[in-house]
Design a protein around this ligand. Sequence first.
Ligand code: NDP
Length: 291
Amino acid sequence: MTTISVLGLGAMGSALAGALIKAGHTVTVWNRTQSRVQPLMTLGARGAATPGEAVAASELVVVCLLDYASVEAVLAGAEKALSGRVVANLTTGTPKQARSLATWVEAQEATYVDGGIMAVPPMIGTPQSFIFYSGSEPAFERHKAAFELFGDAFFVGPDAGLAPLNDIALLGILDGLLSGYLHAAALIRASGGSAEAFTPLAVRWAGSMASLFPDLARQIDRGDYRAEGGSNLAMQAAAMDQMVEAARDEGVDPIFIEPMRTLIHRRVTDGFGTDDSAGVIELLFLNGRGK
Ligand code: NDP
């Protein structure tokens, strides 16, 4: 069993530390507010008085704090102990923040792994949880068994920014699903219906629409959006006009669906009315369609 330190015992850090203790690892914990340390010590962790003491205690240092500003401040305070350590930072941040922190950690002669957690704290250690990792692949492989105690562990590449990139990509899908569902539920409620009664079919619809993603992905990677499935953009532009009009008629603000309507119309105006909807992606790239 490896000795592992955990910096940060908020809801998520406590769940991570708990999973490691449960599996029999020797775990040292640190938290800014000391009252959060005691429950983990009751489970069997050792408490450290400072971040430096926690970093010195273990080869693998798991960091889970509020944001990158707090991570940078806490690691700067432990700078002298970092050499030779693996820092696995599971704090949510941007790809740019992850790359910059990786450079700083490596300058301290330590190794950096970034993690994007796709779970809420009660899911940690259950089959519902998975985590993206990026950065040092050898360090990821060396500690993979420990990482898998948190949930399925997916290494997505040596660029430290790739774990947060995949994380925010999936969160974008969550936002889309949530906004779509709220729009739909508003329509149902505005005309006196029951959201609960409507929801089983909403769940079925979301699942069948998600099953189209692999087809969209093929078109997106090829950059060829010629309609295959009979849902061309000109037809969808007309349908979106009706959806927006119907929402207003029913007393619902179409604010969630207006942006899609605008993009579809722009694509039709650009001459792509016979393409499939995946072609709308071309309007999202600010700097060309990528490498
Ligand atoms: P909490 O608010 O429960 O805990 C925040 C932690 O950060 C605490 O340990 C807090 O210490 C510490 N902290 C905040 N500011 C500082 C600072 N300036 N210096 C030192 N320590 C600081 O958040 P969570 O544990 O839920 O989230 C932690 C990370 O995990 C976040 O990046 C979050 O986005 C990510 N995450 C959380 C999920 C969730 O559902 N909770 C899901 C996926 C990712 P103190 O106790 O002293 O305040």
